[in-house]
Design a protein around this ligand. Sequence first.
Ligand code: Q9C
Ligand code: ZN
Length: 340
Amino acid sequence: MITIYSMAHRLHDPSWEVLDGERVAHLEKPGRAEAVVDRIRELSLGPIRPPEKSPKALIERVHSSEMVSFLAKASTLWQASGRTGEATPYVWRQPRATGRPSHVDGLIGSFATDLATPITSTTWEAVLESAATAVSGAHLLLAGEPFAFALCRPPGHHAGRDFYGGYCYLNNAALAAELLCDHGQVAIIDIDYHHGNGTQDIFYHRNDVAYVSVHADPATTFPYYSGYPSERGEGQGFGANRNITIPAQAANQVWLNALENAVVFTRRHRPRFLVISIGLDTCAADPLGQLTLRSVDYARIGELIGREGVPTLYVLEGGYEKHGTAASLANVILSHQETL
Ligand code: Q9C
Ligand code: ZN
């Protein structure tokens, strides 16, 4: 298994977010990715290569040009307004409003969905490199690799066509899927603890990329406003979107049964490529997720997905306790490897 990884993620190191009404240290830290890459080296899980492919053309296909140009200049606009801290909104655009203000405070609230996704002066550089990591991973599948891992940071699945949030700026998994769908049917299986509202948004009207997600019930869990089973896609995309919700504190077997159903759903779309949005915030040690998946459960994930016999790209999403994240991810990779 080849891992794509760039140290440029370290450029993104936001200091704070809001959690339970308190300003707290940001959870999406560089140490997460470093723990994962260290574990891959320790266990000799395969070569680790830097991203080489440009994500530029794909970014234009997945995200609105308005949002991309805003993200690219957000920090400059922020500083030009005399601010020294990280760019965050304090006001948000209300439903059905369409205005695109020129002031940075109005502009940022028209794209951002939360107070958890700050932009520092070097965030954009890291975001582009994370996108390149996923796209380079997808190129490996096109070159005939059966299995690759895009060690992306920051994560991506909460970033939609023209919104960003949930620690995500550009949607790495969607960029990989967008490249792969030029060469055959794609299915995305999203097994982060949280619903991938951004990925769903991007492919909602399409059937060339099917999307299925297993996640904690949004009635009680972030991102709250989407991820319900009634959301099944629209137009051409009707039937190509599936949300499987589980109670926030479900038993491990309940989660694994849901994953089996997700895999069965993708088979109906006969994918030539699988993209897995892999979040490890499902593990027992995670500070955000309330599930309790353990090593045996992660081994089962790699086995279930690997047995499909479809070229598969894993893309890193969440996981906020670094040792649990690294160990769980390694168990998925090892068990997938055994099916080859
Ligand atoms: N009280 C990913 O896992 N805030 N993003 C949660 C809980 C945002 C998670 C607040 C969580 C985003 C990629
Ligand atoms: Zn998550």
